[in-house]
Design a protein around this ligand. Structure first.
Ligand code: ADP
Ligand code: ZN
Ligand code: ZN
Length: 754
């Protein structure tokens, strides 16, 4: 009997993935631990690969290769995280190594780069590199040297990295990277270094100055009771905008760490919630570690170490921070829990809530989900008593909510106003400018998708199966239903009134911006541009400048809708959200409701009189009306009825099978091929729960990153049986000749939008 290591090996494909076993050489059999990284010989050529030991066991080593190098003295993954990686593997259709990688900061993947130095932190301009579009589209056209390959592997993991840092981590000279830029594998651009909110310009605060209101105190107490008594449980804190949820988090975290336990606060997007971070820094100083993708690789590595060695007992971060190597967790808080950014859209395609639950079970701790607009799923569980529901019905200090007006843009149009601004909103903006008060303006989400509706009676064109308006798609000039996939041509006449004239609603965002400058030439306008990838530092600066009164108007997409707390904002204008109602998948009502409710909630937080104007071509739409009243409960009632009758989550699960490739024809053949595999299986197997297959559907936004995409949606119950079924489908599909060169993935409860 000898020692065997079962390992997760890097770079394996999903279809052939498993735990690969290696013999452990005598000389390290004492020191090697589960959770250590090793170097193993892999495949026919015995190429060296990084792997992580998942399990050590006794057994016969005959026929096994021996692993070569133990890379870590002590494990990089705790037993808990090893378990969690197995959970990820079993639940999200990813390779073992993808699961492991999700838990380690970028850089751990390349073993030789153990000692990353502390980065110089400052606001200087650095050269950042990323893959060129040519390389992303056709990597096979580029021949990389072994050194260049290391660089490419690293970049694949981290997206974009500073040139200098990349060279250091990969152990190559900068000239290797420059050569790759010359050969058009990489592109280089200059960027301001993201600087952490450093402690010096953070106002120190004392937790004793945080005095909760009666309503907040009651909420705090019932949650903290379970923290103290180590009762694993999940709370849903549903509090209207401005009810002071953040202060409850502060108290909870303070009390939790006072008990010697640790705390994790997850937020949807760090750059957009700089205020939370500042508040917590003020209270807890450098006991906080921050984890998010805006950090440099070196910073992330540092933060990871500070958590691991116990220097930081509070972690604040975005999605992947849910894997923070904390021990003895007392509470996990997810702010704005309904945000879709909590769902990972690349492998491993996990949902942060599921991971948080696993960790809570392990640590006997509390999961606190919080939002003014919880996801329909979460509220459903709260209604069923699976989550404990806590409601905050009042704003702090009883600050009144803005007075909301719905503005019918069809009337504006017939009165000859062709701009993006109704008369009433324009004059309110002017009034705010005169009074020195600030205004937030929200633009519709996606400009390229529009609703088609009748000019005479304003009724949109509905899907014949779903009573959901169809979405117009520019690419093929057709109307599509995002619920069931039904496609049709533009109808000849309106169902309701017979008119033959239709209109596309939705104003281009660019035009609105220009108009604003023309109407209010002296206004200081802050534009928050979603398309700038590398402006996290400037986001933060912009928000601070806005808070400091350096701007009059903030104009932005849904990113400015949530979490911001500016006392001087007394006017909120929603320029158009009609597109968002019909843009996405079956969650588009939910998202629109949430968006309007939240952005309206940005106004009047300091008790000042505030008002909000919602411009729409559908002033009677119930979603818009309920959102303007901030009536979540009624919204939920309506929405859960739709989900029940059409069978959508939370009453079932949706597994999306995504198919993509560079050749349109091949992708379409692959889609049919997978449908055949599925129907074959459904014919011969007997499943305990019903399964319904929809598709294959061509994504209307067909080409993204040079890839054509199809999707198959499987309505099911997320059970072990169905996961095995889907795993089998994916593995089976990799055997088809038609599918070579096509990538196929499965995503449980992933986005069904196109
Ligand atoms: P939410 O996240 O629920 O929308 P916030 O936590 O941002 O609300 O609180 C809204 C505003 O009310 C903030 O400016 C906050 O400082 C203030 N506030 C809330 N609770 C208290 C309290 N107990 N003491 C002092 N200020 C409070
Ligand atoms: Zn009509
Ligand atoms: Zn439909």
């Amino acid at each position: 009997m000898s020692l065997i290591a079962d390992t997760a090996v890097s770079g394996t494909s999903y279809s052939f993935d498993m735990l690969f076993s290696y013999a452990v050489p005598e000389n390290i059999s004492e020191t090697l631990k589960e959770g250590c990284r090793v170097i193993v010989p892999f495949g026919r050529g015995n190429k060296k690969r990084t792997a992580v030991v998942i399990r050590l066991r006794e057994g016969s080593i005959s026929g096994l290769k021996a692993l070569e190098i133990q890379a870590d003295e002590s494990p990089v993954l705790s037993p808990e995280l090893i378990r969690l990686s197995l959970y990820l593997h079993d639940n999200t259709f990813c390779t073992y190594y993808d699961a492991v990688k999700a838990m380690l900061p970028a850089g751990y993947n390349i073993v030789m780069s153990e000692n990353i130095p502390r980065n110089a932190v400052g606001n200087s301009v650095v050269k950042i590199v990323r893959f060129s579009d040519e390389y992303i589209n056709n990597p096979e056209n580029f021949n990389l040297t072994p050194k260049q390959k290391i660089v490419a592997d690293m970049l694949e993991e981290s997206g974009a990295v500073s040139e200098k840092e990349l060279a250091y981590i990969c152990g190559v000279t900068v000239s290797v990277i420059r050569r790759m830029t010359e050969n058009n594998v990489l592109v280089c651009f200059e960027n301001e270094v993201y600087r952490e909110v450093c402690n010096s310009d953070v106002e120190k605060r004392d937790i004793n100055d945080v005095v909760l209101s009666q309503e907040q105190q009651t909420a705090f107490e019932s949650i903290f009771k379970n923290v103290r008594e180590k009762i694993p449980s999940c709370f849903l804190l549903h509090g209207v905008t401005g009810s002071g949820k953040t202060l409850i988090f502060e108290k909870l975290i303070h009390e939790t760490v006072s008990m010697g336990r640790t705390a994790l606060l997850l937020i949807p997007e760090i750059a957009l919630t700089p205020q939370i971070l500042q508040r917590f820094r003020g209270l807890f100083g450098d006991r906080i570690a921050v984890l998010h993708s805006g950090l440099s690789v070196g910073q992330r590595y540092d933060e990871h170490r500070r958590i691991k060695n116990g220097c930081a007992d509070i972690v604040i971060g975005t999605r992947s921070a849910v894997f923070a190597p904390l021990e003895n967790i007392g509470i996990i808080i997810m702010d704005e829990e309904g945000e879709r950014s909590y769902k990972s859209e690349s492998s491993p395609r996990y949902n942060t809530i599921d991971i948080a639950k696993q960790r809570c079970r392990y640590h006997n701790c509390v999961l606190l989900l919080a939002s003014a607009t919880p996801s329909v799923e979460s509220y459903y569980y709260a209604q069923k008593g699976i989550y404990k529901l806590i409601e905050l019905k009042n704003r702090y200090n009883n600050a009144p909510l803005p007075e909301v007006h719905i503005v019918d843009m069809a009337q504006e149009r017939s009165a000859g106003n062709r701009t993006g601004f109704s008369h009433v909103l324009s004059s309110e903006i002017q009034r705010n400018l005169d009074n020195g008060e600030q205004t937030i303006l929200l633009l519709n989400r996606r400009g390229y998708r529009t609703v088609m509706s009748c000019i005479e009676c304003s009724q949109p064109v509905y899907c014949k199966n779903c009573t959901v308006p169809m979405t117009y798609h520019k690419v093929n000039g057709k109307l599509m239903c995002h619920y069931c996939g039904y496609v049709c041509d533009i109808p000849e006449k309106c169902d309701k009134c017979g008119s033959e004239r239709f209109r596309m609603t939705g104003t281009g965002t660019q035009r609105v911006e220009e108009e604003l400058e023309i109407f209010f030439p002296d206004a200081r306008i802050l534009r928050m541009d979603a398309d700038t990838t590398f402006s996290r530092a400037s986001y933060e600066k912009n928000f601070r400048d806005f808070a400091d009164g350096k701007y009059d108007i903030m104009l932005g997409t849904q990113m400015i809708g949530k979490g911001l707390d500016f006392p001087n904002v007394t006017l909120v204008g929603v320029l158009s959200v009609d597109n968002s109602l019909y843009s996405g998948d079956f969650r588009s009502y939910e998202r629109t409701f949430s968006l309007i409710t939240q952005v309206v909630g940005r106004g009047g937080r300091d008790g000042k009189y505030a008002r909000a104007y919602i411009q729409t071509f559908m002033p009677d739409h119930y979603i818009i009306n309920l959102a303007s009243q901030q009536n979540y409960t009624e919204f939920y009632k309506e929405e859960i009825e739709i989900r029940r009758s059409l069978i959508y989550p939370p009453v079932c699960d949706l597994c999306v099978i995504g198919i993509s490739g560079t050749d349109e024809e091949c992708v379409s053949v692959a889609g049919k091929c997978i449908i055949n595999i599925i129907s074959g299986m459904l014919k011969n197997w007997h499943y305990r729960t019903p399964v319904k297959v929809i598709g294959d559907l061509k994504c209307s936004h067909t080409r993204i990153n040079g890839k054509f995409r199809h999707r198959i949606i499987i309505k099911c119950k997320n059970t072990k049986e169905i996961r095995e079924f889907i795993t089998y489908v994916i593995k089976e599909s990799s055997k088809c000749r038609e599918l070579s060169g096509i990538s196929v993935y499965a995503d449980m409860n992933g986005d069904t939008g196109f």
